[in-house]
Design a protein around this ligand. Structure first.
Ligand code: UD1
Ligand code: CA
Length: 430
């Protein structure tokens, strides 16, 4: 499409009170800036991201995750502010869509609406019950007159509840004409992009407001805003999957990141956390379970289980207090209280309660292989690296320190000793 997009992401985000740059704070598992770049990509191939604070960190994240982005480093020392951010950029197309990096909820369909309106400037406006923090839009006779930043507002301007959402479509000529004329004569000593509105109005250019909603155009300036935006995004993600046929019991209580995928008939009980690029296929995730960056196929997990990154569960059941990490379980049952890390476990194998793969010797991690149809008795420790072949029985309480051949029994136990009447002797009563 014939539009250049500029995403402003050079600000420090002081109101976040964090060492992490504001636009890298995450919503549903991805930085705010990722969300907006992803939507912008659907509209244009010409995207410039404006950076300054933590520019290298942000740039390398974006370069790892997107192709063909252009970067512009703002001359922040001399020209701070959203107007300063646009100074020095060469725009390729006749129209320039300006977005803020701190608007993680905006969807491309909403941005497309700007492109259908003919005007010198199209600007986004929201009516808010609580306009705190936003620039107020002064409208007279349905015409936008100017935008006044909160810190520059008079008493009566503060009462205006129509605010600037921060997205604009400018004719390139407007930016080229007015950017050099901006001044920093305001409360924050910044070059405000928003001042262009009054300048263009004065010279008789057409400015059209487009009314948008907070669900899409919410700006995130604080940790409270971040939490609110997260709720909106979560609602969106789970509603979408419910439309695709996933059952969520009490959806508000579960957290599902944006890269998680479901296929087939899945049920997610209450209080679950599903993270990263997890893929859930025809499976049942029971209450209060956590799945991180793993694949669960035709399996049931939980309640209260944790599957850590790099795991694959197929035709498997893991129950309460079972932790699996970087392991491949196929046709396995591990009902309770186990740690299975860096392991491969085959079909028909049963893992007794309290089984632990001792995968770490304090220096390095080692793998545990368990074959098919193995019966691992309760309270077994598998000292990795170790291999248990098919059709093995491991007796309860065994510490397995060497490989176990096919078809055998492995047992390590101190013989049981019974001392008659010891209790009565010890406590001195009968
Ligand atoms: C801005 C608008 C305000 C609007 C609000 C909507 C201005 C002057 N004000 O205010 O009218 O209601 O957005 O969310 O534009 N940035 C830079 N360089 C800078 C300063 C900021 O790139 O020197 C970037 C920030 O990284 C951020 C965006 O611009 O992504 C907005 O900056 P922010 O400081 O959050 O502006 P607001 O005060 O919210
Ligand atoms: Ca903002």
């Amino acid at each position: 499409m014939d539009v250049s997009i500029v995403i402003l992401a050079a600000g420090q985000g002081t109101r976040m009170k964090s060492a992490l740059p504001k636009v890298l704070h995450t919503i549903s598992g991805r930085p705010m800036l990722w969300h907006i770049v992803k939507e912008a990509k659907k509209l244009s191939d010409d995207i410039t991201v404006v950076l300054y604070h933590e520019a290298e960190t942000i740039r390398s994240y974006l370069e790892e995750n997107f192709e063909n982005l252009r970067f512009h480093i703002q001359d922040h020392a001399n020209y701070p502010g959203t107007g300063g951010a646009l100074m020095g950029i060469e725009f390729t197309n006749d129209r320039v869509l300006v977005l803020n990096g701190d608007m993680p909820l905006v969807e491309s369909e909403e941005l497309e609406k700007f492109l259908t309106i003919e005007a010198d400037i199209v600007m986004s406006v929201i009516d808010l019950e609580n306009p705190h923090g936003y620039g107020r839009v002064v409208i007279e006779d349905t015409e936008v007159q100017c935008i006044v930043e909160q810190k520059d507002c008079s008493e009566s301007e503060l009462a205006i509840t129509t605010v600037n959402a921060g997205v604009y479509l400018f004719k390139k000529a407007i930016l080229e004409k007015y950017l050099p004329e901006l001044s920093n004569d305001n409360a924050q000593k910044e070059y405000y992009l928003t001042d262009i509105i009054a300048m263009a109005k004065r010279d008789g250019y057409t400015i059209k407001p487009i009314y948008v909603d907070e669900e899409n155009f919410k700006g995130v300036n604080s940790k409270a805003d971040l939490a609110h935006a997260e709720e909106i995004m979560q609602e969106r993600i789970k509603s979408r999957w419910m439309r695709e046929g996933v059952i969520f019991r009490l959806p508000k209580t579960s957290y599902v990141e944006i890269d998680v995928e479901f296929k087939g008939e899945c049920e997610i009980e209450s209080g679950c956390v599903l993270r990263g690029k997890s893929r859930i296929v025809h499976s049942h995730i029971k209450a209060n379970s956590i799945i991180e960056e793993s694949e669960i196929r035709y399996s049931s997990v939980g309640p209260l289980a944790r599957v850590r990154p790099g795991s694959i569960l197929e035709d498997t059941h893991i129950g309460n207090f079972v932790e699996v990490k970087k392991s491949h379980l196929k046709g396995v049952k591990a009902g309770h209280l186990s740690y299975l890390g860096d392991s491969e476990i085959g079909e028909g194998t049963n893992i007794g309660a309290g089984t632990i793969t001792c995968n770490y010797d304090g220096k390095k991690k080692y793998k545990t292989f368990i074959g098919k149809n193995v019966f691992v008795g309760s309270d077994t420790q598998l000292i990795a690296p170790v291999k248990i072949e098919d059709d093995v029985i491991i007796a309860a309480g065994t510490t397995v320190t060497k490989d176990v051949p096919k078809g055998s029994l492995a047992i390590s136990r101190t013989p049981l000793k019974i001392v008659q009447d010891f209790y009565y002797k010890f406590f001195g009563k009968k």
